[in-house]
Design a protein around this ligand. Structure first.
Ligand code: UDP
Length: 538
């Protein structure tokens, strides 16, 4: 892979003339800076000013044209982390005519995706904030194909996981620092700026304590499409659960240790009658870890970024997350949320150390490794006495850090007990069931017929046809839900029915208008859309 930009030959004079005459063109999607991605022609970047530059000419376009709202607070988020004030994107404006006084532009011929990585040294952040969002941003725009080039503008060096970023395109990704070596004024022929947030499932606690995102839009299906792509690129084949079943213990070797790992491995092997192996980021290559995890029946690990690797587990496998003393598993759920996404088909189990004797705390380490020696004595004492870290914001809460970096002697009987509450027989992969869950369409040809008996009684006969897609499907159970609402009232009577017609007589009054809402339900919980409301007069 070459770092040169000259793989596609471009006619320099034509490109320069186009830039001077046409200026920059920008058209964006999204209504807010937090959901915006912009496509540019002729967006430039001054490596001296470290600013993007938009050149105005008679033909330039800027949509949305926000005026000074472009700075309130920014045009868009450059990383997938929502509204983080260190991750904003904007540009400065100039008339294209001043190009003749500027350094000669160097044109970038590749289609570019310009974004920030959020925390490239942490594996959870690498997958959740960068790799998945980049992969699906590229899926969104057809010219962001494998020949596109990634530009990382956050300013970090490559980082330990750079090989993973390289898998997303055939061209070497470029870092902000490297742009200087290419020229003083770079102009991207075609570029996209920003990342899709559609696949992210977790918010890290910058404005409220961490937790699952409020509106998760990704399912296991899309996660698994992504992991399939990554495995192909890593040359890891998906073996059809050929060999022996086994358990993987993913261990950390620097901090947050399992102190009785040998005992834990033996106990798991004995309890589940399965081979049990350990892996760690320090001792195994990334592809080896993926190969091992992608065929495992169970993954056991301390809470921590390495657990994001459970996205490579086969369907039906079990994730066991171990939490150090005083850390409430319910308050730190990035891996639980991942494992329980619809269609991930993983079983998730959390275990917490509740014995003070089984924890080893390191209050004297530097603050970023959980040390608390810099705090005043009373505060240190309070923290050490506390039995649970209260909810807190990211990222430097010392009480959280000192607890997060404890080592743990895992209480084996208590762990086995917790696993056994969920895993009754043998854990293990299961054959993929397809399709996962399909929803019914609208019921069709709904009709109603009223009949009045005397002055106080009436009946309403309602009938409809099955949803159109049902005739192509095998569905275990088909039911219909009917709501009958008297016009002008805000309550309704709900009914669940098995047939395609029903005559309602309870609470039906003569000379009244009823609104009838009907929808189909597959297998108890797959609710379809309501058909157009029926107006029925008795
Ligand atoms: N890490 C590791 N072994 C260790 C400690 C950390 O491989 O003993 C990795 C970890 O998986 C993550 C990175 O180093 O990718 C940063 O770890 P940190 O403890 O800062 O973050 P956390 O795992 O709590 O998210």
């Amino acid at each position: 892979q070459s770092q040169e930009l000259s793989q596609v030959q471009i006619d320099y004079h034509a490109a320069l003339q186009a830039l001077v005459e046409d200026g920059t063109r920008m058209v964006c999607t999204g209504r807010m800076h937090t959901d915006r991605i912009c496509r540019f022609e002729s967006l430039c970047y001054s490596t001296e000013a470290e600013e993007f530059v938009y050149f105005h000419s008679n033909s330039s376009v800027m949509l949305p044209n926000l005026g000074s709202r472009r700075f309130q607070p920014a045009l868009l988020d450059l990383s997938s982390v929502e509204d983080h004030n260190t991750q904003y994107f904007n540009f400065v404006e100039l008339p294209a005519a001043v190009l003749k006084f500027m350094p000669k532009p160097v044109f970038v011929p590749d289609v570019a995706l310009i974004a920030n990585r959020f925390n490239p040294d942490n594996l959870m952040h690498v997958f959740h904030d960068d790799l998945l969002p980049i992969y699906y941003t590229m899926q969104q725009f057809s010219d962001l194909d494998l020949e596109a080039r990634l530009f990382f503008m956050e300013g970090w060096s490559e980082g330990v996981h750079f090989d993973l970023y390289k898998l997303l395109s055939n061209k070497q990704p470029l870092l902000r620092e490297q742009l200087k070596t290419l020229g003083r004024l770079l102009c991207f022929t075609k570029s996209y700026v920003g990342l899709s947030k559609i696949t992210t499932w977790y918010q890290y606690g910058f404005v409220q304590p961490q937790g699952p995102k409020a509106n998760i839009l990704v399912s296991g299906n899309e996660i698994r499409q992504f992991t399939k792509f990554m495995m192909q690129k890593l040359n890891v084949s998906l073996e059809e659960s050929s060999g022996e079943e086994y358990i993987v213990v993913f261990s950390r070797t620097i901090n947050r240790l399992i102190l009785n790992e040998a005992e834990l491995i033996l106990a798991l092997a004995q309890e589940f009658q399965m081979k049990t192996i350990t892996v760690s980021l320090e001792e195994h290559s990334f592809s080896d870890i993926v190969r091992l995890i992608s065929n495992a029946s169970m993954l056991v690990s301390m809470h921590g970024a390495q657990l994001v690797m459970s996205l490579f587990l086969p369907r039906g496998a079990t994730v066991v997350e171990l939490f150090p003393y005083a850390i409430n598993p319910e308050h730190y759920t990035p891996y639980k949320t991942l494992a329980t996404l619809p269609g991930m088909d993983l079983q998730y189990i959390a275990w917490q150390n509740t014995n003070r004797e089984d924890t080893v705390t390191y209050p004297d380490r530097p603050w970023d490794q959980g040390g608390i020696a810099h705090l005043d004595k009373a505060e240190q004492e309070r923290i050490i006495k506390s039995t649970e870290v209260p909810r807190h914001l990211c990222c430097r809460n010392p009480e959280w850090l000192v607890r997060a970096y404890q080592d743990t002697k895992v209480n084996i009987p208590s762990l086995i007990h917790v696993i056994r509450q969920t895993v009754k027989s043998k854990p293990g992969p299961k054959k993929q069931k397809w399709p996962g869950s399909l929803y019914p369409g609208k019921v069709r040809d709904a009709k109603c017929q009223a009949s009045v008996q005397g002055t106080s009684e009436a009946k309403l006969a309602v009938s409809w046809q099955i949803p159109w897609n049902l005739k192509y499907l095998k569905v275990r159970e088909v039911k219909y839900e009917v709501w009958i609402q008297e016009q002008g009232e805000n309550t309704y009577m709900p009914y669940i029915l098995s047939h395609q017609n029903h005559t309602f007589s309870e609470n039906i009054k003569p000379f009244t208008i009823y609104l009838v809402w009907i929808r189909c339900i597959f297998n108890k919980n797959l609710l379809g859309p309501f058909a157009d409301v029926l107006l029925c007069s008795t």
